[in-house]
Design a protein around this ligand. Structure first.
Ligand SMILES: Cc1cc2nc3c(=O)[nH]c(=O)nc-3n(C[C@H](O)[C@H](O)[C@H](O)COP(=O)(O)OP(=O)(O)OC[C@H]3O[C@@H](n4cnc5c(N)ncnc54)[C@H](O)[C@@H]3O)c2cc1C
Length: 393
């Protein structure tokens, strides 16, 4: 087999999943992760349908994931006084199994650490390809040679920028911003969430870690704001400008935001690319085909992408030209279907006018009594299952 030494950038979902499968097929993976250590906690992500669950089962991690599941129930839409107005079923948000992203990353790390070299606190700085491999320089460590480099470094992928060009060419803002952070569960939510929608805005709170804490979530509609991704002070100011006096728990959560240990703020966006590889470099997960944080598909898509990419490399005996082309062929339609879900949800999440917001709130009220009440969950499952996984063993 050729091209055995593979560098993966990113240790969240796609990166460790890829390392797991590469090792199983006889490759030697190394992972470089920018964060100084595994990032704990974070928001909830979910897996749904046959394809996601079967990859997790084949990796032997499904039981661990089940044990760490959030166990969330339904989600209520509330009015300004916090009175529940409508209930949305759990499987719409939580799929078949929901887990905090950090807990998932920990499980995947534990499943790979013995056979994968992990380098934390560093990042790829440059990639120079020649006929036999890629010379990689790092921000901190010494340069190294690898046969292949895979970018699993998320929506704002450095690997993608170095190989394909600036992010503006590939990242499509869906007209919504999202902020999320950990806060006290001061509403005493019991494995549930409350959401409050007004024109162009949505504030929500859901309990986490079996009610010992909560996540505060803010969504607002806006054209691209061009904010510096590292300028948390400015991001918090933007959020405060939009949500102060917005009603329900907005002001309380904005106060808590100042002390949050893990404030996250970003555009709800998709990655759209015509090709996911160039030469000896390929992308997987959000870096290649992020369906958006609102799609509920990103972690499953990243997982399936890692399975297919590693499998195709093995099937081609390490020949990256054959394998990368087949990876795209297997994954393209699947990824596009998942992205369609993301696009649709973004449009519905924060309708711009008061009228539309109130129509949607009313629709949610009567939805449990309508014949098509499970339509959104059924569509999400269909998109998540729309791939036939090859057996690469
Ligand atoms: C608020 C929010 C809510 C979400 N909700 C859901 C949900 O309900 N269901 C669902 O399925 N998905 C959800 N997602 C999406 C899901 O988290 C992603 O799709 C999934 O994590 C993609 O995995 P990934 O490994 O491709 O990328 P990421 O999880 O983004 O990981 C990228 C990794 O690369 C690292 N990295 C970045 N740059 C570098 C660099 N230069 N060098 C080295 N390492 C680097 C990062 O630190 C990170 O560890 C949500 C996302 C967000 C933001």
């Amino acid at each position: 087999m050729t091209n055995v030494n593979v560098l993966i950038s990113g240790a969240s979902v796609a990166g460790p999943a890829l390392a797991y499968w590469l090792h199983r097929h006889g490759f030697t993976p190394t992972i470089v992760e920018r964060a100084p250590a595994l990032r704990d906690g974070g928001y909830a992500v979910d897996f749904r349908g046959r394809a996601h669950l079967s990859v997790l089962r084949r990796m032997g991690v499904l039981d661990d994931i089940e044990r760490a599941r959030t166990g969330m129930g339904s989600m209520s839409y509330v009015d300004g006084a916090g009175r529940p107005q409508a209930k949305l079923p759990a499987d719409l948000f939580s799929g078949d199994v929901e887990i905090l992203r950090g807990d998932l990353a920990r499980i995947l790390y534990d499943a790979t650490k013995e056979h994968t070299e992990y380098v934390f606190g560093d990042s790829v700085a440059s990639l120079t390809e020649d006929a036999d491999g890629v010379t990689v320089t790092f921000e901190r460590g010494a340069p190294r040679r690898f046969d292949l480099v895979i970018g699993a470094d998320g929506l704002h992928s450095t690997t993608r920028r170095l190989t394909f060009g600036p992010e503006e060419r590939f990242v499509k803002h869906l007209g919504v911003y999202c902020a999320i952070f950990t806060t006290a569960n001061h509403l005493g939510l019991d494995h549930t969430g409350h959401a409050y929608r007004t024109a162009g805005k949505l504030v929500a709170m859901y309990s986490a870690r079996h009610n010992t804490e909560a996540k505060a979530v803010f969504y607002f509609g806006s054209p691209e704001l061009g904010l510096d991704r590292r300028d948390v002070t400015r991001q918090q100011a933007v959020l405060a400008e939009r949500f102060t006096g917005n009603g329900w728990q907005s002001d309380r959560l904005l106060r808590d935001m100042r002390y949050a240990p893990d404030f996250y703020f970003d555009s709800v966006a998709q990655v759209r690319m015509d090709a996911w590889s160039r030469g000896r470099v390929a992308l997987v997960g959000d870096a290649a085909y992020c369906p958006s944080s609102l799609s509920g598909m990103g972690s499953g898509l990243a997982l399936v992408g890692a399975y297919v990419l590693a499998g195709e490399l093995a099937a081609a005996d390490g020949d990256h030209r054959i394998a990368f082309a087949r990876y795209e062929r297997e994954m393209r339609e699947y990824a596009t279907g998942c992205q369609k879900m993301g696009d649709g949800v973004a449009k519905l999440m924060v309708p711009g006018s008061r009228l539309l917001a109130s129509v949607l709130n009313r629709y949610y009220k009567v939805m449990p009594y309508l014949p098509g009440k499970n339509m959104a969950a059924v569509m999400a499952r269909k998109a998540a299952e729309n791939i036939t996984l090859r057996d690469y063993s």
